[in-house]
Ligand binder design. Structure first.
Ligand SMILES: [Zn+2]
Length: 498
C-alpha cells in the first residue's frame, strides 16, 4: 500500500465495504455524500471508488460499513477477502492511479487524432452496415407518436445518475476465441478509465457507474460464422452467450439481462458492453442498447480502448458522430433534447476536439446538450413575452419584480429601445448561436459588460430573432436568453443555471 498525497481539493479514493447487499452500498454512498464526496464507480457489493475532499479521507476511514480507504496503489493480497471481483477492481484502480498508464496516455501519438484519420478505421461501421443496424434498432424501438421536430424524445436516455454497465466477456472453449484473465483485466481497466473521463466532464450529472461482470463460455467453432452471413455473426454468438447466462437465446434474452441489472441496482439506465474475439462485422459499434467491441480495436490499439468505449457510450445516450467521414451534418437532431450536431467537421465554422469527433479527452457543447447535460442544475427557465417598459428577473423568472430585476426592456420612444442590465447584472451578446447547445461552462467564459444592447426599431437593432444574450445575473448566476420574436414586446426563451 502507498499513500497518494494530495493537499486540498477533491481526492479519488478506493473504498472497501463490509456490505453484502444493495442497501449496504446505498448506505455507504450516503456516507460519502454526507462528507461532501461523490461515488463514481461501484463494483457491488464490496467496492466503491469515490471523489472526496482530501481533508475528509481520514474521517471516511472511521465510518460504519467501511473496511478500508486507499489513496495510492494497492498491493495484491493487501486487502482481506480477495474475491475475483475485488481483484479486477484493484487492477483497474492501480492502473488508473499509477503513473505508467497516465504517462502513456498523455504521450500517445494517437491522442486527439480524428476518428477518420488516414489509415485508421473509425469506431463506427461503414454506411451499409450502419443502415442494417439502424433498421434493427427501428424494429426494437417502441412505437411512438412523433412529436414536432425538436421536441424532447423521451425514449432516448440521458447520461445522468446511476448507470449500470453489463460487461459481458463472450469467452469460448475454442482456443482462438479464449479470453485470458490478463486481457479481461485490461479491458476492465480501460473501460472504467474511459467512463471515468466521460462522467468527470459533468459533476452536476452525478454519474455513478455500476458494473456487472459476466463471462459466458460458449463452444461455437469458426464454421458457425460463414462469410456470406456477416450480418448474422453477432446474433450467433450473442444468442449463445445470453443462453449460457440463463436467458432466452434471442434479443429478448439480452434485453431481459439488461433490465435485470438495471432493476437490481435501482439505476436510471443500463446497457451492455459485449467484448469478444468471435467474428464481428466491425471492431466497435453500437445498436439496440448494447455496444460490441473487439480486443484489437483496429489500429487504435488496446491502449485506446478507453476512448472508444467513451465514444460508443456517447451513442448509447443519443450522441451523433462529428467526424467528416461519418457523413454528419450540422442540422441533424440528437439525444433526448434533440440538439443539433453543430460540431460536425463537415459544416462547423470551428470544430473543436470532442470524443464524438476524435480520440480526445474533451466534450463539446453540442455533445453535452445531446447527453442532456445542459438541462441540469437549472434555477429557472421558460418562454414568455417580455413586455415593453417592463423588467425581468432571470433568477426567479418573474417579470416586473419589486427587486432583483436583471433586465429592463427600456422604450425611450417609439424607435429607440435598449435592453438594459440592472442591479449589477451584466450582458454579452453572442449573436445567432445554438441556444440548446450553449452550456453553463461556455457561459462562464464570456466577457460580460454593463453596456445596454441596442434594440432600436431600425437598422441598428441587435436583438433580431435568433439572437442569444448571455447574462451574469445580479445574484451571480449564469443565464442565456434567446430572442424569438422582436417588437415593442419581445418573445423570449431563457434558462438560468444554479
Ligand atoms: Zn460513432
Amino acid at each position: 500500500m502507498s499513500e497518494n498525497v494530495q493537499v486540498g481539493g477533491m481526492q479519488e479514493v478506493f473504498i472497501q465495504l463490509k456490505g453484502k447487499t444493495l442497501k449496504d452500498v446505498e448506505r455507504s454512498i450516503a456516507s460519502v455524500e454526507s462528507i461532501g464526496g461523490r461515488v463514481t464507480h461501484v463494483f457491488p457489493p464490496g467496492i466503491m471508488v469515490a471523489s472526496v475532499p482530501s481533508v475528509k479521507v481520514k474521517l471516511l476511514r472511521r465510518r460504519a460499513g467501511v473496511i478500508s480507504v486507499e489513496t495510492g496503489t494497492i498491493a495484491k493480497g493487501g486487502l482481506k477477502d480477495l474475491g475475483h471481483e475485488l481483484d479486477l477492481a484493484i487492477d483497474a484502480w492501480n492502473n488508473h492511479i499509477g503513473a505508467e498508464r497516465r504517462t502513456r496516455a498523455i504521450e500517445s501519438p494517437l491522442l486527439d487524432k480524428s476518428w477518420d484519420t488516414n489509415k485508421f478505421l473509425p469506431p463506427d461501421p461503414p454506411a451499409e452496415v450502419m443502415a442494417e443496424l439502424r433498421r434493427r434498432d427501428a424494429e426494437l424501438a417502441p412505437a411512438q407518436a412523433k412529436g414536432p421536430a425538436g421536441a424532447p424524445n423521451m425514449n432516448i436516455p440521458v447520461l445522468v445518475g446511476r448507470v449500470v454497465v453489463g460487461i459481458v466477456f463472450v469467452d469460448s472453449t475454442i482456443a482462438q476465441y479464449k479470453i485470458t484473465d490478463a486481457e479481461k483485466s485490461k479491458i476492465i481497466s480501460e473501460t472504467t478509465e474511459g467512463l471515468n473521463m466521460l462522467s468527470s466532464f459533468e459533476p452536476n450529472a452525478n454519474i455513478q457507474w455500476v458494473y456487472d461482470f459476466k463471462r459466458p463460455k460458449i463452444n461455437l467453432q469458426s464454421g458457425s460464422f460463414p462469410a456470406a452471413n456477416q450480418n448474422g455473426w453477432e446474433d450467433t454468438w450473442r444468442n449463445a452467450a445470453v443462453a449460457a447466462m440463463g436467458y432466452s437465446a434471442d434479443i429478448n434474452g439480452m434485453n431481459s439481462y439488461i433490465n435485470s441489472i438495471k432493476v437490481a441496482n435501482n439505476a436510471q439506465w443500463a446497457y451492455a458492453l459485449f467484448v469478444t474475439k468471435y467474428p464481428k462485422v466491425w471492431f466497435a459499434y453500437y445498436w439496440g442498447n448494447h455496444v460490441v467491441m473487439d480486443f484489437a480495436v483496429d489500429g487504435w490499439g488496446i491502449d485506446n480502448f478507453n476512448l472508444v468505449v467513451a465514444h460508443e457510450t456517447g451513442h448509447v445516450f443519443g450522441c451523433g458522430d462529428e467526424y467528416a467521414a461519418s457523413g454528419c451534418t450540422c442540422t441533424s437532431l440528437h439525444g433526448r433534447y434533440q440538439v443539433k450536431n453543430g460540431n460536425c467537421e463537415n459544416c462547423a465554422p470551428v470544430s473543436i476536439p470532442c470524443l464524438m469527433k476524435s480520440n480526445s479527452q474533451a466534450v463539446c457543447d453540442y455533445t453535452r446538450g445531446q447527453l442532456g447535460w445542459n438541462e441540469l442544475a437549472i434555477k429557472s427557465r421558460g418562454a414568455t413575452t417580455f413586455k415593453g417598459t417592463w423588467t425581468f428577473d432571470l433568477d426567479s423568472g418573474v417579470q416586473g419584480p419589486a427587486s432583483g430585476a436583471d433586465l429592463w426592456w427600456e422604450q425611450v420612444n417609439t424607435v429607440t429601445r435598449y435592453l438594459v442590465p440592472q442591479s449589477g447584472a451584466m450582458l454579452a451578446n453572442l449573436g445567432a448561436v445554438n441556444f440548446d447547445a450553449l452550456s453553463r461552462q461556455t457561459l462562464m467564459t464570456k466577457a460580460y459588460t454593463a453596456t445596454p444592447v441596442n434594440g432600436s426599431n431600425n437598422a441598428s437593432n441587435k436583438l433580431t430573432p435568433g439572437t442569444v444574450i448571455a447574462i451574469k445575473t445580479n445574484a451571480g448566476r449564469y443565464a442565456k436568453m434567446r430572442i424569438d420574436t422582436y417588437g415593442y414586446n419581445l418573445g423570449i426563451t431563457w434558462v438560468t443555471y444554479k
